[in-house]
Design a protein around this ligand. Structure first.
Ligand code: GRF
Length: 190
C-alpha cells in the first residue's frame, strides 16, 4: 500500500500523467494517483486514466458561474481523496485563489523550457524560433502567474536540429524522468 496520495491535473494527451501513474503503479514513487482532474472532455488523457483505472473528474469551467465556484468543486474532491500533492501536467489553465489557498505550496507544474525563458503555451516552438541550442524542462511551485513560482528542479538538453517533432519527443522523455524524480523528492521531504 502506497504511503502518499497525489492528484494530477491535465488538459491534453497525458503522457506526463501516464509516466507519473506508471511510476506509482510499479512502486518507483511511493504514492498512488487518487484523482485525475481534466477540464477538457475530449482530452486524450481521459482514456489513459480509464485504462489505468484512475478515478477522473472531468469538469468544465463553462458549467460554473465563477472560477471560485469551479475551483471549490475541485478542491472538495481533492480533500475527499486525501491528495497531498497536486501535479499539473499540461493543464492549460491558470490556478486561482481558491486552490492556491487550500493547497498552498502543494501544487507544482511542469513546463517545457528553462524558465524564466519561454513562458506560455508555445514554449518549444518559441525557443526553436529564437534559435536556442540548449532547451530544457522546469518544475516549479504554482502561484497566480503564468509559469511563475519558485523553481524546484530543471534539466537541460542540447539540440541543434530543426525538427520540432523530434525535439518535442526528446523534451517529453526528459519531462517524464524529471517529474518522477521531483515528485519523489517532494513527497519524501514532507
Ligand atoms: C508538456 O510538455 C508539459 O511540459 C506542458 O504540457 C505538455 C503536456 O504534455 N505543460 P502531455 O499531455 O503530458 O503529453
Amino acid at each position: 500500500m502506497a504511503t502518499h496520495t497525489i492528484a494530477v491535473f491535465a488538459s491534453g494527451s497525458g503522457s506526463n500523467f501516464e509516466a507519473i501513474a506508471e511510476a506509482c503503479r510499479c512502486g518507483e514513487i511511493d504514492a498512488r494517483v487518487a484523482l485525475l482532474v481534466c477540464d477538457k472532455p475530449s482530452a486524450g488523457v481521459i482514456a489513459r486514466a480509464e485504462r489505468l483505472g484512475i478515478e477522473t473528474l472531468v469538469i468544465s469551467p463553462k458549467d460554473y458561474t465563477s472560477r471560485e465556484e469551479y475551483e471549490s468543486v475541485i478542491a472538495d474532491r481533492l480533500d475527499a481523496c486525501g491528495a497531498e500533492l497536486v501535479c499539473l501536467a499540461g493543464y492549460m489553465r491558470l490556478i486561482g485563489r481558491v486552490l492556491l489557498e487550500r493547497y498552498a505550496r502543494r501544487i507544482v507544474n511542469i513546463h517545457p523550457s528553462l524558465l524564466p525563458s519561454f513562458k506560455g503555451a508555445h514554449a518549444i516552438a518559441d525557443a526553436m524560433a529564437y534559435g536556442v541550442k540548449v532547451y530544457g524542462v522546469t518544475i516549479h511551485y504554482v502561484d497566480e502567474s503564468l509559469d511563475g513560482g519558485e523553481i524546484i528542479s530543471q534539466r537541460a538538453l542540447d539540440y541543434d536540429g530543426t525538427d520540432e517533432e523530434e525535439l518535442t519527443s526528446m523534451i517529453h522523455s526528459v519531462e517524464h524522468k524529471l517529474y518522477v524524480e521531483t515528485i519523489n523528492k517532494l513527497i519524501n521531504n514532507r
